[in-house]
Structure formats: C-alpha cells, structure tokens
Design a protein around this ligand. Sequence first.
Ligand code: FCB
Length: 448
Amino acid sequence: MIAKSFPSDFLWGAATASYQLEGAATLDGRGETIWDRFSHTPGTIRDRNTADVACDHYRRFADDVAMMKEIGLRAYRFSIAWSRVFPEGTGKVNARGLDFYKALVDALLQKGIIPMVTLYHWDLPQSLQDRGGWGNRQTADHFADYAATLFGALGDRVSHWITLNEPWCVAFLGHADGIHAPGYRDFPLAVNVSHHLLLAHAKAVIRFREMNKGNGRIGIALNLVPMYPNSPSAEDERASRIDDGFMNRWFLDPVFEGRYPDDILRLYQERYHRPEIEPHDLELFSRSPVDFLGVNYYMRHLVAKSDQGRLGFEARKPPNATFTEMGWEIFPEGLSVLLRRLDSDYRHPEIFITENGIALEDDLRKDGRVQDDARVSYLRDHFAEAHRAMQSGVKVRGYFIWTLMDCFEWHDGFTKHFGLASVDRGSLERRWKASAYWYRDVIASNGF
Ligand code: FCB
C-alpha cells in the first residue's frame, strides 16, 4: 500500500443528525417533528422503533464530545432540530432548545473540535407540515428566519454552516416514494418541494451574507451519484443523462449556475406542470453563491432505459459486485470520478465530503469488541480515491464519516449499523469499534 498523506489542515470528522441521535423527544420544550409523527405511524419503520430515545445524545453530549476527543476528531458535523428552537416552526424562540446547541458548540470548541452545523437534516416541525410543509413555499421563508436566528445565536462560534442535507431525499423519498416523512406518494408534489427547498437554501444564504461579517462559510450537502450507462447504446446513455439530471444537476445547477438544467425542467413542466416558479425565484439562486459544496457519497447508478421508470430510466443492480448491508454497491472509484466532474463542471468549488460510510452487520466479539475490518477497508479505499482526486487538483478540504455511533437509520430503524462506535440498545453504552482506532491513527498521521 502506497502511503497517502493529506494536507495538515485537512478536516477529519464524523457526521450525525439530530433526529437520528438526540432522543429526548419531548424534553425542554422540543416540538413535534414530521419524523416523530411518521415513526409513530404503524408500518413505517422496519423494526417498529422510533427515535424518542435514540442514543440519548441530548443528555449525554458532554461524554460524547469527550469521546470524540479520544480519537482526535478535528471536526464534528451535526444538525440542529428546528423544533427545539422553534417548537412550532415559527414565532417565539424556545431558549432551552437553543441553549442545548450553545452548550454543544462550546463543549466542542473547548476540546478544539470544529463544529459544522447543518440547519436542516429532515426533521421539519410538524406544525409547519400541518400548513403544507415543503409543499408550501412559505416554508422557505420560515426556514430563512430560523436560519437567521441560528446565525445570530451561534455565528460568533460556528465557522462552517450547511443549509440543507440532501434535498433530493427530502423531496423524492419523502414526497414521491413515501418511505421517508412525511410519507407522500405524489411525484408532482415532490418536484414542487424540491423547488421550495432550493428557495429555502438560497434565502438562507442571502441572510447569512447580510448578517455574517466574520469568517463564517456556508454551503449545502447534496447526495450525489456518478452515473454509468448500463451499455454503450445511445438509449442507455440518454437514460443515464436523465438520471444525472434528476439526482445531480437539478440541485447543482441552481446552486452553482443560478438556473435549472433545461432538459429536466422541460421534462417536469411538460409532464407535470411543475415546479411552480415565480418571477424572482431564479434570481434568488444567482444571488446566493456558496463557499463550499458538501458531498455525500454512497453509491453510483448503473442506468438503463426503461419504460417502467417514471422518467424513462431505471437504476440496475451491478452484477458481480459487493454490497453493504443497505444493499448499496461498494464502489470507491466513483468518488474520484464524481469529484473530478464537480471540479470541472462547476468551476473548482471547495468541497467537503460531508458523508461517506458503510452499514455492516459488524463482527461482535465475545468481549464486546466490534472487529469491523470491512469498514476499515471501505474507508481506506474511499480515502484513497479522495486523495487521488486531490492529487489532480480537486479542492477537497475535509472528510466526515457517516457516522459517529450506531443510531436510528430512518425507515430502517436501529437495524443498520454505520457507526464508528456501537451503542448497546439496553444500556446505551457506547464502545469504539476497531475502525475508530484505525481512524484515530489516520488522523494523527494525516494519512495511511
Ligand atoms: C444519508 C443521510 C444520513 C444517513 C446516511 C446513511 O442519506 O443523510 O442521515 O441516513 O444516508
């Protein structure tokens, strides 16, 4: 194995999300979210669990931060639960909710760990859903007000901000496939939702520029998928271009170019008369440049033309491949391919890998240790691909592993384990897996 070394200021981190980790669902005035409502609805979550308790991180955060220090994390990406700060989504601030995040940020800074804050990782206040949720364009304005409240409260201490996590998932898993909250199966609605999310992002970035006079930086985290046509046929090439538009360009182009990709916009408008774009919407996109792009990388798509698919394509399972417990193909090369493409198509943005990681069954030894060698190889191979892209000039500034500890994996409940640490579901005791010690050495030596 050739030694790979990373820049001395590279941000090695781990990522989490409020609903998946915090628990304390009704403590200190937290309002109900769409994920509370969804997970309490029978038939939605594989193991019939909810995240009412999750990892109880809300109460154990000080110990968790101390743990992060043990492996030398340089940065920690977490999300803020909107409904802790505004239990009804708008209106009066709930000071106790805000205090929690102030305390978390202070604990991190005190240990020299850089906080990266995501403002929206899927837990919309239920009161806003009752008024149409992301299907209502006013939600974008409420989001900008909520974001501005956080910029005001934490802007002196937080240097890295992310508006939204994976708007594609919010729109399409939540409103077209119905497998995520709020559980709708309405494709045209999902297209509108994607537009409102992008508006929310733009409005928050504009507020950030107005308020942040320091050295704070803001971006968005997108789940991006490199596309591989299933065959060299013109039909599969075209199918793969559409999938690329659906998953990637629909979000990248507004953020970086201030407009929607023509091919997909035409497709949506011809078939669904969506999204509903108002006169000044696109102008907001061009007025909200980001400082960096967050890339969440988990998979590629092997794309074939299909008349079954809503947009004329389907993603196929690659033959002879290795898959994770999620059923996702392990495909490290896709990461460097994706990074180089982003660099050349979007004028060399600064990039953080804001999520990458693997769900495994995990080999639990008799002494309670988890020997997750497959996670070590997965991470090593993906780090190597990021390094390769960096060698060719792509500006990757940091890498956040999904995730710090095993937690509530959305509709899979607690059945999928992505963590660097395991969590005993009875005692909630955390314990580092072998991969965490390997990661500690990577961080300490800035390479492997
Ligand atoms: C991403 C989500 C994250 C986690 C990982 C496995 O899509 O952002 O919360 O569920 O997948």
